[in-house]
Design a protein around this ligand. Structure first.
Ligand code: IMP
Ligand code: MG
Length: 179
């Protein structure tokens, strides 16, 4: 696949304004709570980097990494935590930051795992939401965009570890695929 198969779905400008809107909503709820912002690696790293620079109140940042899906664009298999938290979240206000909620399995797994550690509160911010693919119920407290059932790359999202660096969110079309 080369860049000729990429089509911009959400522009950098649209992403910027969504990030500002999400940060304003998050600020209302968390400005006096010194929240722990937990990014899910790797996909959320670009979004999280922009989001936290719009959170002009005290907070801390941690990362976790889940794995199971392997490379490529298919999602199947068992979820495991391959990079766990190294701080206690008991009694803390926690905001999980994710790039995309697709089937919902990853986020459902992580939210359950974190809730068992007795945080004071636990919320989810997802830049994109693909509800047509959902297999498990997930409550998204702060959502950037609802997206169609297309495979997306860019702004942290990858296909086989590529395209995370694209500034926009793009669709990746198969060669020969019609629009
Ligand atoms: P879920 O567990 O099916 O909700 O999938 C979550 C993970 O799958 C996301 O964090 C992404 O890493 C990956 N994923 C799902 N859909 C896409 C996509 O369209 N592009 C890139 N990665 C995706
Ligand atoms: Mg991800």
């Amino acid at each position: 696949m080369d860049s000729s198969n990429l089509k911009c779905l959400i522009s950098r400008e649209e992403i910027d304004s969504a990030v500002k809107r999400l940060a304003a909503d998050i600020k209302q709820d968390f400005h006096d709570k010194n929240p722990l912002v937990i990014g899910i690696l790797k996909g959320s790293f670009v979004f999280l980097a922009d989001l936290v620079r719009d959170l002009d109140f005290p907070h801390e940042i941690e990362f976790v990494r889940l794995s199971s899906y392997g490379s490529g664009s298919t999602t199947a298999g068992q979820l495991t935590m391959i990079h766990d938290l190294h701080v206690s979240i008991e009694g803390r206000h926690v905001l999980v930051v994710e790039d995309i909620v697709d089937t919902g399995n990853s986020v459902a797994f992580l939210m359950k795992y974190l809730s068992e550690k007795n945080p004071a509160s636990l919320k989810l911010c997802a830049l994109t939401d693909k509800p047509s693919r959902r297999q498990v119920d997930v409550k998204i407290d702060y959502r950037g965009f609802i997206v169609p059932n297309l495979f997306l790359v860019g702004y942290g999202l990858d296909f086989d570890e590529k395209y995370r660096n694209l500034p926009d969110i793009c669709t990746l079309q198969e060669i020969g695929e019609e629009e």
